[in-house]
Design a protein around this ligand. Structure first.
Ligand code: GTP
Ligand code: MG
Length: 170
């Protein structure tokens, strides 16, 4: 079919995990070494074709700084998908990601498609979070998990594509 589906998607995760970089890579095909920390949130849109639909993502790239935490519900409320991002070289960012998953499970849309992105896979030699640990966590919590690199573009389109395929009616 050729139906178009609008899907609100929110990115959540710790400061510096790479949320903005993943969006910049997905929407514009770019990467910058000195990406500025997001203030509040930023909006982007991008369409993606899956076999049965064209999905128009309306993307909210939130700010990881703790002082913006209270704004997050505005962005995840009504969202049909979320990408929770952590930096695989930073254990604290994985802990923060798990806290976001808990918050979404408690307060978010129960049908939300949730993806966990272990970002900065280009820095795999200095990883602090193993793929096995995250995979087990993801399975227990009904998320799907991919390791990504906004820098090299590894798995960036793929994670959005996997989300698009999992949306109801897509
Ligand atoms: P906040 O907006 O503060 O919440 O951070 P963020 O999650 O949006 O992180 P951002 O995209 O600003 O990236 C933080 C830093 O990590 C930047 O200097 C990026 O260049 C770098 N970075 C992001 N993704 C990658 C990646 O895949 N690999 C490497 N090596 N660096 C990355
Ligand atoms: Mg940002």
């Amino acid at each position: 079919g050729n139906k178009t589906l609008n899907a609100k998607l929110v990115l959540l995760g710790d400061v510096g995990a790479g949320k903005s970089s993943l969006v910049l890579r997905f929407v514009k095909g770019q990467f910058v070494d000195f990406q500025e920390s997001t203030i509040g949130a930023a909006f982007f849109s991008q369409t993606l074709a899956v076999p049965d639909a064209t999905v128009k993502f309306e993307i909210w790239d939130t700010a990881g700084q703790e002082r913006y935490h209270s704004l997050a519900p505005m962005y995840y409320r009504g969202a049909s998908a979320a990408i929770i991002v952590y930096d695989m070289t930073n254990l604290a960012s994985f802990t923060r990601a798990k806290n976001w998953v808990q918050e979404l499970q408690a307060q978010g849309n129960p049908n939300m498609v949730m993806a966990l992105a272990g970002n900065k896979s280009d820095l795999v030699e200095v990883r602090k979070v193993t793929a096995e640990a995250t995979q087990a966590y993801a399975q227990e919590n009904g998320l799907f998990f991919m390791e990504t690199s906004a820098k090299t573009a590894t798995n960036v389109n793929d994670i959005f594509y996997e989300i698009a395929k999992r949306l109801p009616q897509a």
